[in-house]
Design a protein around this ligand. Structure first.
Ligand code: SF4
Length: 59
């Protein structure tokens, strides 16, 4: 199932890792923080949640 993650802009440090893992679903906003712009598959969502060094991403 496709899911859209939530990203806490207060916690995001703008490293870009999540964007490299899900370039169709997450992009940088004008503030330099990651924003969810679309959906991704379950496995990718698990990956981005687990990979964020700031713990900013949740499902
Ligand atoms: S992986 Fe986390 S800290 Fe890095 S850009 Fe994405 S949300 Fe921000």
């Amino acid at each position: 199932m496709a899911v859209k993650v939530s990203i806490n802009p207060e916690a995001c440090i703008g490293c870009g890792l999540c964007i490299s893992l899900a370039p169709d679903a997450i992009a940088f906003g004008d503030d330099g923080k990651a924003q969810a712009i679309g959906e991704m598959d379950e496995a990718t969502a698990d990956d981005v949640v687990a990979s964020c060094p700031a713990g900013a991403i949740s499902r």
